[in-house]
Design a protein around this ligand. Structure first.
Ligand code: FAD
Ligand code: UDP
Length: 366
């Protein structure tokens, strides 16, 4: 008999399993995939740590979370500075003085702010209600048209006017010549890849891969006193109130016989026509000098049952539906729900770790 059955060997499940095991609890961790790590999984190919589910850059403002992850591995000094390619024109991201200079020829922060203010005024937006209005009021119409509209609409498969504005507020807008994609104090890539961190977290637990909770629910529930569930909350309740929507992705990995394909870890293709949103060149996350290179093209697509759910679509309809499931989840005495899928939230890694540690504290005390 296990104390905890942990459904999902992603970050949430693995942090919980590590902390529970440390406190003398017996944990069984299952995952329906054939590997641990969930979406942070990395695989070594040609000596390069390949982020199999898209670029993962660790960043946090919390010293506590930074110290926590550094207990498991050393991080390098990587700073994410993606490039946007709009029909062959190259811009720096996030939106900063380099971007404004390239687009408008402006040199000073005052000139850039004036340009944005003019465009915002011309669009007549005072109280932004959706992603499109929010974006135009942050960076003006020109940047919206070239770097945001096409990328956003292919990423989400919906008009930007139907998307929540918080999505675009993830990106900094800066009036300095600083291409750092994140504002957080701490940032880096684990030297040796993310999988090594998860291996350490799960070292002392039993792990069963290729095991879908819903295919073996009755037997599995009998094996443990409590469940930690990190899969889709609507599936847990057999979709009784309806199906939550997600955005899915297809990753196309290629090994190339050249040492440098694009000169940067992440290049976003911001036009509507290119079918992928970004190309990742993995060696650049760790300043690799290998002879070959591995690249990944990321194609967004609509999610349907059976596909991998990568991004929750947090619009009003889905948030309302999630609230109904959460009401049921809150009443469960022996099930803990957590992570991107069970909480139906667009969480980054540091947020998932913080959340898992909070649940650990609630469960075991300090
Ligand atoms: P997951 O990693 O999804 O783990 C859940 C696990 O549960 C999965 O392994 C799944 O197979 C398993 N599971 C689900 N249902 C079942 C079932 N029925 N039975 C058994 N197992 C099941 N965050 C950052 O901080 N920085 C980034 O740069 C970044 N980039 C990202 C890029 C992409 C393309 C994506 C999709 C996410 C990115 N993230 C990033 C977010 C990060 O991946 C998540 O915050 C984190 O991995 C979530 O961990 P989790 O444990 O909640 O979920
Ligand atoms: N975005 C954009 N153009 C870009 C990069 C991002 O319009 O070149 C928008 C897009 O809507 C995206 C959101 O900003 O979904 C958040 O971007 P982020 O890089 O945080 O997305 P993630 O890495 O989580 O997919």
């Amino acid at each position: 008999m296990y104390d905890y059955l942990i459904v999902g060997a992603g970050l949430f499940g693995s942090v919980f399993a590590y902390e529970a095991t440390k406190r003398g609890k017996k944990c069984l961790v299952i995952d329906k995939r054939n590997h641990i790590g969930g979406n942070v999984y990395t695989e070594n190919i040609e000596g390069i740590n390949v982020h199999k589910y898209g670029a993962h850059i660790f960043h946090t403002n919390s010293k506590e979370i930074w110290d926590y992850v550094n207990k498991f591995t050393e991080f390098n000094r990587f700073t994410n500075s993606p490039i946007a390619n709009y029909k062959g024109e190259i811009y720096n991201l996030p939106f900063n003085m380099n971007t404004f200079n390239k687009l408008w020829g402006v040199v000073t922060p005052q000139e850039a702010k004036q340009k944005i203010e003019e465009q915002k005024r011309a669009a007549g937006i005072t109280d932004p209600k959706n992603l499109e209005e929010q974006a135009i009021s942050l960076v003006g119409i020109d940047l919206y048209e070239k770097l945001i509209k096409g990328y956003t609409e292919k990423q989400w498969g919906r008009p930007a006017t139907e998307l929540p504005k918080f999505i675009i507020k993830r990106l900094p807008v800066r009036f300095t010549y600083d291409n750092n994609y994140f504002n957080d104090k701490y940032q880096g890539i684990p030297i040796g890849g993310y999988t090594a961190i998860i291996e350490k977290m799960l070292e002392k637990c039993d792990v069963r891969l290729n095991t879908d909770f819903f295919q073996h629910r009755d037997e599995l529930e009998k094996e443990a006193k409590k469940i930690v569930f990190t899969g889709m909350i609507d599936e847990f309740y057999n979709y009784k109130f309806g199906v939550l929507e997600y955005r899915s992705l297809v990753f196309e990995h290629e090994i190339l016989d050249i040492d440098n394909y694009q000169g940067n870890a992440v290049v976003n293709y911001t036009d509507r026509e290119t079918p992928y949103t970004r190309i990742i060149e993995h060696k650049h996350f760790e300043f690799g000098t290998q002879e070959k290179t591995v690249i990944t093209k990321e194609y967004p697509k609509e999610w349907k049952k059976g596909d991998e759910p990568y991004y929750p679509i947090n619009n009003e309809r889905n948030n309302e539906l999630y609230r109904k499931y959460k009401e049921l989840a809150d009443k469960e005495e022996n099930v803990i729900f957590g992570g991107r899928l069970a909480n139906y939230k667009y969480y980054d890694m540091h947020q998932v770790i913080a959340l898992a540690l909070k649940k650990v504290e609630e469960e075991f005390g300090q």
